[in-house]
Design a protein around this ligand. Structure first.
Ligand SMILES: C[S@@+](CC[C@H](N)C(=O)[O-])C[C@H]1O[C@@H](n2cnc3c(N)ncnc32)[C@H](O)[C@@H]1O
Length: 457
């Protein structure tokens, strides 16, 4: 298996906003203090950093909005189907490969590999992500009208059903729904719970996919945002629309992918697990390619964004929700730092020291940055252990900036990867992003890179 050389793309920027970012990107190094570790690492990797801004639209979920089945459940941290397609092509992946996404989320990597006839595996620590990525491939096994007919038989049962219990001691559950909608959702859920396993999982997936539109919440920020004036959907209408979407996708997929090779071999192997410790995972064989994106060091807390789903099905109470919160990668502000834990890389040490001297809007930021890189170092070591020799890694990462301090996450992780034995092949800049509007006002429009790091084992 050989690596196809990636074409280096020159700057081709038509979007004026992007152009503005670009001009400022050129001066970005001056935002590091003179001869800082940040500047040194930029210098070290500069010859293998290049732009491919056409990838910018593919590193987000938006590209999945037109893809059958992947559009059903909005997992907004996902990357696009065509991003995975592109990297499978670049790595010349075939049926002998074993594709691995160690932060599998919605399962975009596995779903795309499956449609390409390539076996794959994925791991996620968040139960809802694990559930969705395990269930999505099952939609491909449905026959036309099968779901619609099943839904018709469920409809008359819903009102009569006893509402399910949910984790009511989680504060958001008190305010996320109006009373009538909430009761209806709980009855609908209990009707679905009574089904046999495979139908139950498919209907549960649809149920989770309507919760946001039936609630006063919106997954559009770092947390689940409450929008009290939001127009909400009726659960039964919303479910009926989802059933219709799935039926439409069953027909569309036959046109878009006339001969998908879906069989036992290509059905993804999905695990609920922690990629910081892969010792218990029984891989069918050693993975040859990783296509992934980790949580970003940007304070997003998945257990908040997906708390409605978690509270409806995966946790019984607040304690269980918190156990998940403190069990995932420490990329969010409530992450706990252990005594004796220190920044594991000179760039991070520098930034943490500078931030510790500043007045921060959240004093926990330096700890979060420290724990993020400690965890990611563990992750990279685990990948090196499990991957086949010669395996390639393509990982999308976002650089971050706190109080004006830039963290070149792409380069720091790449240097860590070198430290355990990977060869860093390329750093591909997919897009430049502004920072939070607050930071923009204070420090100007300094763009931060969202890159794809490419390593070889
Ligand atoms: C950026 S998302 C990945 C999205 C994925 N590429 C997709 O297309 O859906 C990062 C994922 O990492 C998961 N995660 C967080 N901590 C983890 C851990 N310790 N082990 C495995 N997965 C973890 C999160 O639950 C989230 O689904």
């Amino acid at each position: 298996m050989s690596i196809r050389k990636m074409p280096r793309q020159k700057k081709l920027i038509s979007d004026p906003q992007q152009m503005l970012f670009m001009e400022e990107a050129i001066t970005v190094k001056s935002f590091y203090p003179a001869r800082s570790k940040g500047q040194e690492i930029e210098e070290k990797f500069k010859d293998i950093i290049h732009e491919e801004l056409k990838l910018g639209s593919l590193v987000s979920y938006v590209g999945n909005k037109s893809i059958p089945f992947l559009r059903i459940y909005r997992y907004k941290e996902a990357f696009a189907f065509n991003f995975v397609k592109d990297f499978l092509r670049r790595f010349e992946a075939g049926p002998d490969d074993y594709i691995f996404d160690p932060f599998s989320g919605l399962g975009t990597t596995m779903f795309t590999s499956m449609l390409d006839g390539i076996p794959s595996a994925g791991i996620d620590k968040l139960p809802i992500a694990y559930f969705i990525s395990k269930t999505l491939p099952m939609l491909l096994l449905l026959k036309e009208n099968e779901l619609k007919e099943m839904w018709k038989t469920l409809l008359p049962r819903i009102e009569k059903n006893v509402p399910v219990d949910v984790a009511m001691d989680v504060p958001i559950m008190e305010i996320a729904f109006d009373e009538e909608t909430f009761l209806r959702l709980r009855k609908l859920k209990s009707t679905i719970d009574d089904l046999s396993t495979s139908y139950r999982d498919i209907f549960l997936l649809l149920f989770f996919s309507i919760l946001e539109e039936c609630s006063f919440t919106s997954k559009d920020g770092q947390f689940l945002r409450l929008k009290r004036n939001k127009k909400t959907s009726d659960p039964i209408d919303a479910m009926s629309r989802k059933v219709a979407q799935v039926e439409e996708d069953i027909r569309r997929i036959k046109i878009l992918f006339p001969r998908p090779s879906i069989n036992e071999e290509t059905m993804p192997d999905v695990y609920l697990g922690d990629t910081r410790d892969l010792s218990d995972i029984k891989f069918k064989k050693r993975p040859t390619i990783i296509i992934t994106s980790p949580p970003y060091a940007n304070r997003y807390d998945y257990t908040r964004s997906y708390s409605l789903e978690l509270c409806f099905h995966f946790v019984k109470n607040f304690e269980e929700l918190k156990a998940i919160r403190f069990g995932i990668l420490r990329s969010h502000i409530e992450s706990k730092i252990q005594k004796g834990e220190v920044p594991p890389h000179p760039v991070i040490k520098d930034v943490v020291e500078i931030l510790n001297r500043k007045k921060l809007n959240n004093p926990k930021i330096p700890s979060m940055i420290t724990t993020y890189f400690i965890d990611m170092q563990k992750v990279i070591k685990e990948w090196f252990k499990v991957l086949a020799p010669g395996a390639r890694v393509a990982m999308v990462v976002d650089n971050v900036r706190f109080e004006g301090e830039l963290i070149p996450v792409d380069l720091v992780l790449s240097e860590m990867a070198e430290g355990v034995g990977f060869e860093v092949k390329e750093i591909v800049i997919a897009r430049y992003k502004g920072n939070s509007s607050q930071q923009m006002r204070k420090y100007g429009k300094v763009p931060v890179r969202e890159s794809i790091v490419i390593w070889e084992r």
